[in-house]
Design a protein around this ligand. Sequence first.
Ligand SMILES: NC(=O)c1ccc[n+]([C@@H]2O[C@H](COP(=O)([O-])OP(=O)(O)OC[C@H]3O[C@@H](n4cnc5c(N)ncnc54)[C@H](OP(=O)(O)O)[C@@H]3O)[C@@H](O)[C@H]2O)c1
Length: 345
Amino acid sequence: MAAQEVSNKQVILKDYVVGSPKESDMEFTTSKIALKVPEDCDGILVKNLYLSCDPFMRGRMTKPERASYVEAFTPGKPITGYGVSKVLDSQHPNFKAGDLVWGMTGWEEYSLITSAQSFFKIEDTDVPLSYYTGILGMPGMTAYTGFYEIGSPKRGECVYVSAASGAVGQLVGQLAKLAGCYVVGSAGSKEKVELLKSKFGFDEAFNYKEEEDLEAALRRYFPDGIDIYFENVGGKMLDAVLMNMKDHGRIPTCGMISQYNLQQHDGVHNLFNVVSKRIRMQGFIVFDHYHLYPKYLELILPQIKEGKVSYVEDVAEGLENAPSALIGIFAGRNVGKQLVVVARE
Ligand SMILES: NC(=O)c1ccc[n+]([C@@H]2O[C@H](COP(=O)([O-])OP(=O)(O)OC[C@H]3O[C@@H](n4cnc5c(N)ncnc54)[C@H](OP(=O)(O)O)[C@@H]3O)[C@@H](O)[C@H]2O)c1
């Protein structure tokens, strides 16, 4: 019997992007898709439910001129990114129709995933399913591995988090509190600063856009210096932090979002502090740490269920709003984890 064919709305990248991405860099198209995995493929056919808007997607919009840790998008093809999906058909031994999964899918209603081995099966559905785009997905694992594996926190240490209200930052702050640290976060609006203190339990928070002298602002919150800086933004903030680090401090270097839309990246002027203060500044990519996912779930699921860790999401409704949601994260429009609802099962 012929497989059922349905229409499939897709978000296409029109061309490589220079500078800040715009909604007009993307367009919609509708194609047809058979809801069955072809005989010669060991993949899965999924219905996409939630799509995740992540900063690393900006790098994938740039014309690739040198090797990167992640492949560039192909102009004229649907954008891809993390999402939560329902398996409709499978020829992969790890998945069956009806399973809920998260992994790298297409920005479209239905996707044929030809290499399903990197997908995670969702076992616990006692929590909001959309959390698998955030706290229970890639950003959660990023916060966990960056803070614990690279940051090596000790009780009583002083932790600073930039982009602190975002998908990763809000969790780093809460993990720091659970680890018995003093934690300060910065974010780009009054509303976000309030959220850091009232909802996520940061000891202090400030709006970096209102500070003329970032170095002085950090001195105010950390008179004795910073032990761990969870680096999300780079640029001027990194320079100010380097001047405020303690000896033997650690900088888990997670991202540098202030640089992603620049053609010429800012220089870093205060790097000698890394030498003089014996700072360990280490970059990491979450993909290398996915073997720790079961251990992370063991830690975080009870915390969520007992209400000890909270997670704020910014939800855009419908695939038609996905381009605007994605570009919004580079202007700080998102409050919390930005995601897009394509369908609710
Ligand atoms: N290494 C890894 O494996 C890995 C994995 C995931 C994420 N990351 C990185 O982690 C960082 C945070 O990601 P996320 O998913 O949590 O994003 P997010 O915080 O949910 O969204 C991005 C936020 O960054 C801030 N921002 C945007 N432009 C900025 C600028 N020019 N200067 C300062 N802040 C700016 C905005 O908040 P404000 O209103 O506060 O400005 C915006 O809301 C990013 O650098 C990302 O690339 C790395």
